[in-house]
Design a protein around this ligand. Structure first.
Ligand code: F6P
Length: 535
């Protein structure tokens, strides 16, 4: 029997136990939590009992999580299918020392960070000017990891903004670029073309269209363009001067890249000092991840809770529920981080995975979700493990009561999911409401909540740049640990290739050329209808 079998057997015996009853153990509320600084991760409202936890920790030990983690930080080429190191952690530790293949990794990191700081400072202070003077608006053009990280972080850290307005254009749908630039003055707009490869069709199409838009009001549009890429040679071909090109190495994966030049829009929004605090938060979580014993290690325990819910209990999705309007983009950010990293079907050695890989990640901020999809969370037939995030303090002292309501709702939801409401309790409610007989019975059944639905809560004092850095690094390492336990490479993304290739060929057909070889009769019919509708 291996660790997986032992976990499956334990789950079969105990997994459906009453979570609320686990609190008969007076230590549970304190013991099933992990702290990192002033941040607390509470996983006590799950069916993980002491035995399950030991078995999960055995699994992590046996999977070599600690050795793999150390290899990652040391710069080993753990992204084996792309033969690359994985060193986004170096970006948030600029004062560290690291060599890769005999070359100093940190000198160029520090150099680029310093250049970013000068440029961001110049833009914020009005020293860098557009044709019409001081920059009022920055438009980041990128997609996937070149968009989701900075877009999420810029929204999250709105109370710390102090520079020009920052906007994001990602979708190749022309509506996105159109709607974003609609109210902007080209003469006071800075465009950042953000693309690791500088070949992504969406980004390059939007970049060219943005340049055309700017040509309408500016004689030298390229002078108001900056570029972020690990393919700096391509940025020159676009016409962007080297002093506004910010490069990074191929050991930074797109979805892990917000810590470096991809975070330029964030740095312009919050300023270099706050950006350093954001980096320091990520670095603090790195130190914790590297040094805390597995059972007191927040990313490890978050990962093990994920493994328990997905691979052991078989819940195919998990909901990310930030009780923070400014984290509205966090579910989408984590969707890419988790699903592009761990949505794989073969192990590192190319063999088929013998268990499900990462779950579907979805979610929306509370309290909005409560008035939309929580119905299913409470009474649906499938169980969705919920991950709540909340800050003890908001940033709006004048609206303090709002934050109290927010907190009360967050705490109430995890309690309600766990406790539920029995048929007897529902009957009592209906009796109070004056019902009786068959009608009472019928109405009562609709008001039953089965309860016993697992959730975790991440609680922190306030959403600052430093805390956001810790949260993002926490989730990055969670994904890493889950990947190691599943034996997969969390750092490639071959699954995005096929659709891209077909889209290239389909484009010619949409432009009026022949349908690509081998497409199905369904697509052929859709294509001809599209062409007919487009006249
Ligand atoms: O399509 C997937 C992907 O390669 C992501 O991994 C990446 O973050 C995104 O596209 C954007 O890529 P780039 O930064 O090279 O434009």
């Amino acid at each position: 029997m291996d660790n997986w079998d032992r976990l499956a057997a334990h789950h079969a015996r105990q997994g459906a136990r009453d979570i609320a009853a686990l609190f008969d153990d007076a230590e549970r509320a304190a013991d099933f939590t992990v702290a990192e600084g002033d941040m607390l991760f509470d996983y006590s409202k799950t069916a993980i009992d002491r035995t399950a936890r030991e078995l999960l920790l055995d699994l992590a030990e046996a999977s070599g999580v600690a050795a793999r983690r150390d290899a990652m930080f040391a710069g080993a080429r753990i992204n084996e299918t792309e033969d690359r190191a994985v060193l986004h952690t170096a970006l948030r530790n600029p004062d560290g020392a690291l060599e890769l293949d005999g070359a100093d990794v940190m000198a160029p990191v520090r150099d680029t960070l310093a250049r970013m700081e000068r440029f961001a400072g110049d833009v914020r202070a009005g020293r860098f000017k557009g044709a019409g003077g001081r920059v009022t608006d920055v438009v980041n053009i990128g997609i996937g990891g070149s968009d989701l990280g900075p877009a999420m972080a810029v929204a999250a850290l709105a109370p710390f903004h102090g520079g020009p307005r920052v906007h994001f254009v990602s979708n190749v749908d022309g509506a996105h670029l159109h709607d974003v630039v609609a109210g902007l003055d080209p003469a006071t707009t800075l465009v950042i073309v953000c693309s690791k490869t500088f070949t992504t069709i969406e980004t390059m199409t939007n970049a060219r269209s943005a340049r055309a838009w700017m040509t309408g009001g500016v004689r030298e549009p390229e002078a108001q363009f900056a570029a972020v890429s690990s393919a700096v040679e391509r940025t020159g071909a676009f016409g962007i001067a080297p002093e506004r090109v910010f490069g990074f190495a191929d050991w930074v994966g797109g979805r892990y890249s917000v810590w470096g030049p991809v975070g330029l829009a964030l740095m312009i929004a919050i300023g270099p000092q706050r950006f350093r605090e954001f980096l320091a938060g990520g670095a603090a979580m790195d130190t914790h991840f590297r040094t805390a014993p597995l059972r007191a290690n927040m990313p490890v325990m978050l990962a093990l809770v994920g493994i328990w819910h997905n691979q052991i209990a078989g819940h195919p999705t998990r909901a990310v529920l930030p009780y923070d309007q400014r984290l509205a983009l966090l579910p989408a950010y984590l969707q890419q981080l988790e699903m592009e990293s761990n949505g794989k079907r073969v192990a590192m050695d190319g063999t088929d995975l013998d268990r499900p890989s990462g779950p579907v990640v979805w979610g929306a901020p509370g309290t909005n979700g409560q008035h939309a999809f929580y119905q299913l969370l409470h009474q649906g037939t499938q169980i969705v493990p919920c991950e709540f995030l909340v800050a003890a303090q908001g940033h709006e002292p004048a609206l303090e009561h709002h934050h109290q309501l927010l907190l009360a709702n967050c705490l109430a939801q995890s309690e309600a999911l766990m406790r539920g409401r029995s048929l007897d309790q529902a009957r009592a409610l209906m009796t109070e409401a004056g019902l009786e007989g068959a009608e009472l019975e019928r109405q009562a059944r609709h008001r039953v909540f089965p309860g016993n639905r697992p959730s975790t809560t991440l609680l922190y004092p306030a959403l600052t740049p430093e805390t956001l850095g810790r949260i993002i690094a926490l989730y990055e390492h969670r994904v890493f640990v889950e990947g190691v336990i599943l034996g997969i490479n969390s750092f490639d993304q071959w699954g995005v290739e096929l659709g891209k290739e077909l889209a290239d060929r389909m484009l010619r057909a949409v432009e009026g050329g022949p349908a690509p070889e081998g497409v199905s009769p369904s697509t052929r019919r859709l294509l001809s209808r599209v062409l007919r509708l487009r006249g």
